[in-house]
Ligand binder design. Structure first.
Ligand code: HAS
Ligand code: CU
Length: 534
């Protein structure tokens, strides 16, 4: 619950910033008190993309681990320890941004320079999350010792994969922050190697998006089947998808740097191929979800090609919210495939299309699934009931969200294709004709953003209602069983040494030569840019 409080307070703060941004960007609002647009944008990105997600995910995963493999008092203490370090880091970073000393956005791209406490705070968040990782590893290890020869519970397996992915990925961001950015912002060195720092950032930045996605997949694979009255279609397919994510999430960071000079195009090409490999586990997931829905619908007696759709509990928000997330992932994932295609990336890179892409993926698919999880997780943690009223309000919340996001993200996609840049405040660009084409879409973004803010207020209300006001009672913690028709899970799927070995080998293959090349042929380093930009 402690993690959940931080997550939902973050939702409110970050969401408010989002609303203000769309208003500024459409020319509707001028910020008072000398607050900079980029200051808001940094709060928005850091609080939502980094803080909300990390706290929600780690809290949710602790709940899953306790439920499936158990948690000892010692493990609980170390979980608390990690939590406090993360919270301390978050507060440190947040204060730095609020004081206007870190207008560097959530990607903190060098040579934009922040005050040292921004980076130190972020480093502490990462260190705290590592304590979470090792606590989870230990939990599964202890369970395995007690259950020799048994396969681990599916959800515990998934949590451990996600935390392995997170640990390996965060080594990259920790390296750039500790070795490059902190000494540079402290003034110990004058310049920073921009290409090295961006490369280390994206080594982390891409797996980061799967660190957000995999907890949603945990719910899709192992919780939704229970909610809809069905079974898990295939335990081995679910595990295989997660193993593929571990292997292919990391050696693909160059697809964020396709227009970046100084990286050999051959290695960009290789990483694009690997990016297309990481699409496969999502396609497996789509297949598996359709199978679960169809089998469940038919088992309830619905027939015909699509009749089984009627067998799904559309009026249960625990299903409805994640389902809307899944449906959104079809266009959202398609957008990702467009981004990853080298030639098309030249059209969309650094335009607001990309912002549209990630408001569908993380901002809708993932977050609506997290909301869907909250409707049963919060009551079951606080010993309360999910009432009919909250169920209905949750359905309205989901519809408001999907509607607001379609307008906002849709217009971002179109404006991006017309050339509108991302990461930029309101400007008429000297009255240029092309820029006037964007204004209508920017107003549409403000309208969509305002609707989304209503969605945020609804969700924050629902959260606090479920914590403090809902009637006392018992709410189930839904964990599905595997279908009797599924094949038994082969043992090799739990061969950790093998999967970690392949993961490391792929990373070394994809990064060693280009990285040495980048260091070897580096341009001169850059001084920091830290003037307040309005
Ligand atoms: Fe992405 C940029 C490529 C997925 C997030 N992405 C971003 C950024 C973020 C982000 C935050 O290659 C911006 C970073 C920044 O600030 O610069 N992305 C991809 C690809 C995928 C992908 C290939 N992205 C995600 C996910 C994210 C996310 C997931 C967050 C959670 N992305 C890129 C690229 C860029 C990028 C480039 C850089 C662009 C640039 O130039 O800057 C793939 O993983 C997508 C695969 C997904 C699918 C969809 C499968 C569908 C499913 C649903 C089934 C539905 C059912 C319901 C069952 C193929 C599983 C059916 C029911 C009915 C009733 C119909
Ligand atoms: Cu990516």
């Amino acid at each position: 619950m402690a993690h959940m409080y931080v997550a939902f307070i973050s939702l409110f703060i970050g969401g408010l910033m989002g609303l203000l941004q769309t208003l500024v960007r459409s020319g509707t609002l001028v910020l008072p008190f000398g607050i900079s647009y980029y200051q808001l944008l940094t709060v928005h990105g850091v609080i939502l993309a980094l803080v909300l997600t990390t706290f929600f995910i780690i809290g949710f995963q602790f709940a899953l681990m306790s439920k499936t493999v158990g948690m000892s008092d010692k493990q609980r203490d170390s979980a608390w320890f990690g939590f406090w370090i993360m919270l301390f880091g978050t507060v440190t970073t947040a204060i730095t941004i609020l004081l206007g000393k870190a207008n560097v956005l959530y990607t903190f791209y060098a040579p934009l320079k922040a005050y040292p406490t921004f980076y130190i705070g972020l480093a502490l968040v990462v260190v705290g999350s590592w304590i979470g990782c090792f606590t989870n590893f230990r939990q599964l290890y202890v369970w395995k010792k007690k259950h020799p020869g048994e396969k681990s519970p599916l959800l515990a397996f998934m949590v451990v994969i996600n935390m392995l992915l997170w640990f390996i990925a965060t080594l990259g961001v920790a390296a750039t922050v500790i070795i490059q950015l902190i000494p540079w912002s402290l003034g110990m060195v004058d310049t920073v190697n921009v290409l090295v720092s961006r490369t280390l950032f994206w080594y982390f930045g891409h797996p980061l998006v799967y660190f957000w996605l995999l907890p949603a997949y945990m719910a899709w694979y192992a919780i939704i089947p229970k909610i809809i009255g069905g079974k898990i279609f295939s335990d081995s397919l679910a595990r295989l998808a997660f193993v593929l994510f571990l292997m292919f999430s990391i050696p693909v960071g160059f697809h964020h740097q396709l227009t970046e000079p100084g990286i050999d195009p051959v290695w960009k090409f290789i990483q694009v191929v690997l990016t297309f490999m990481v699409i496969i586990p999502s396609l497996l997931t789509a297949f598996s979800m359709f199978a679960t829905f169809e089998v469940t619908g038919r088992s309830k007696g619905y027939t015909g090609l699509f009749g089984w759709l009627k067998g799904l509990p559309w009026k249960d928000v625990r299903f409805f919210a994640p389902m809307v997330g899944m449906i959104t992932f079809i266009p959202a994932g398609t957008g990702g495939i467009i981004n990853a295609s080298n030639q098309m990336n030249q059209v969309v890179h650094n335009t607001i299309w990309v912002t549209g892409h990630f408001h569908l993926t993380v901002g809708t698919t993932v977050i609506l699934t997290f909301f869907g999880i909250s409707y049963w997780l919060i009551p079951s943690l606080t010993g309360r009931k999910l009432t009919k009223k909250i169920n209905t309000l949750g359905m309205i919340q989901t519809i408001v969200w999907a509607f607001g996001m379609s307008i906002m993200s849709g217009s971002m996609h179109i404006a991006g294709l017309l050339g509108a840049p991302r990461r930029s405040s309101y400007s008429t660009y000297g009255g240029s004709e092309q820029a006037t084409e964007w204004i209508g879409y920017q107003i549409a973004q403000a309208i969509g953003g305002s609707i989304l803010f209503i969605g945020i207020i609804l969700m924050v209300y629902i959260f606090f209602y479920m914590v403090f006001a809902a009637p006392k009672g018992q709410e189930e913690f839904p964990i599905a069983e595997v279908s009797e028709d599924a094949e038994p899970t082969p043992k090799f799927l739990e061969n950790w040494k093998l999967w970690i070995g392949i993961t490391v080998a792929l990373i070394l293959f994809a990064y060693t030569i280009p990285f040495l090349d980048i260091i070897h042929h580096s341009p001169p380093g850059s001084p920091g840019f830290d003037k307040i930009i309005r």
